[in-house]
Write a protein that binds this ligand. Sequence first.
Ligand SMILES: Cc1cc2nc3c(=O)[nH]c(=O)nc-3n(C[C@H](O)[C@H](O)[C@H](O)COP(=O)(O)O)c2cc1C
Length: 482
Amino acid sequence: MSRGDTARRYLGVAERPPIDAMNSADWRTMPPLVKRYGRHAAVPIPEPLGDLLASASGLTRYQWETGGPAGTTLPEEGYAAGRAYRPVPAGGGLQSSEVYLVGSADGLETGAYHYDCAAHSLTRVRRGAVPGDLGLPGARLCLLVTGVVGRLVFKYREFGYRLTCLNAGVVAGQLLSLLAGTRWYGRAVLRFDPAPMGDVLGFDAGAETVLAVVELAGEPWTDAGPDRPALDAEALPPTDRTRPVPMLDSVPLTAALLGASRTADGPPPPVPGLAGLGGGAAEPLPAVASRLADGVARRRSADGRFGPDPLGREDLAAVVAAGAGGWESEVDPGHMLLYALVHRVDGVPTGRYVYDRGEHRLLRLPSAQDGPGAAGPFAHILAMHGAAAGLYLAGDYETGLDTVGDRWYQMLNITAGIAVQRVCLAAAARGLGSRVRCSFEADQVARQLHPSGRIRPLCQVLIGRIGSETAYTQPIDGRHTL
Ligand SMILES: Cc1cc2nc3c(=O)[nH]c(=O)nc-3n(C[C@H](O)[C@H](O)[C@H](O)COP(=O)(O)O)c2cc1C
């Protein structure tokens, strides 16, 4: 077996839409979408951490659903058709990440804490824990973003792990975007062994695992110093009803990939260049400054059709630039290739483009036809939703699987999740709508991106003017607009 083969086997299944899994999903086995601990261990959250956590993982609105997912029969009892949603999008509307804070901050005794989104409070899971106990000796305070795989596996089987990684990236992307522009600094750490972290936090390794770490540094954080309390003998257990359920037995490829992803072997692969990608005529883009945090309160997925008016060139420039870089991470954002399907953008001909970061311009890919069909066979997806443009976040798995090994799968998809959330925020900050999509045949799309099929699409984001709304939602948290 060569390096990366466990991930290659997983990709053989997870790059196809999980139609059979969705049709046979047993909704009675849907795990709880929140994790909670006994209320006796709750502590208030000092600001600005409270705002940060609520804006990344709080409950914002309740969405009443009128019917079950297509092709499924919902149980008659014990199933609530509606769901509480968060500030961030989540595959299937099933939030699979929990957020923990480890270390010391002003107003918070040193330890490991879980963010309880239902109560908007912190629960002390283990007094005295510091990042060094997790194998992160350089950090004073960090945020851990986990994946509770069962929340997606019950519905999507193996495909669920793909969404779990993307969802964790989306939450990390939100945290990084909120931290940018403040006097604090956040950096994504994606190479670590999750096993000792899980031990410190008392996880069942088959149910929950740390996927991304956001290290914080800056003024408000104080050193643990001599007052560090002794480390509690063990972590607090969650309530029985919300304990993440181990579900890896039903997904052997995911179980194998998680097992093979504990370590990242070699150095990161070189960042891919644009040579050989076939880009032709250049469409320069205007320089546009975006404050992504302005989009947080307004972001939600477009759930009807997008509005008919075209986007401006600045709109396209803003969303593309936000997805292409601007965050600190162990994985260079340049590993992500950005493709744009342009449908209705003033001054930019309809077509397929690849983004050139160095020159901030789009390079047109050759197309057999001009006019409406030039966006390729995926024009119908844009047309179906009425989107003005679609972005594909894509990557070359092979370079990284050869050097880093199986963990590259996770690292690349979390990075795609970070980029996805930045695109959604940039759109929302400009008053535009967005919708993330993963339901595509990767093989078909890959052939549209590059004739070799080597560049694989990781996730898609549709962008357009805000149009019709179909869902009925009620606010939970006054800080978010609907
Ligand atoms: C990784 C990811 C994949 C998604 N895939 C799809 C998809 O294939 N089709 C779709 O209609 N929505 C998709 N969504 C959007 C979610 O359904 C949506 O975010 C969720 O229902 C929550 O609603 P909100 O974004 O309005 O908060 C995806 C979202 C994420 C983050």
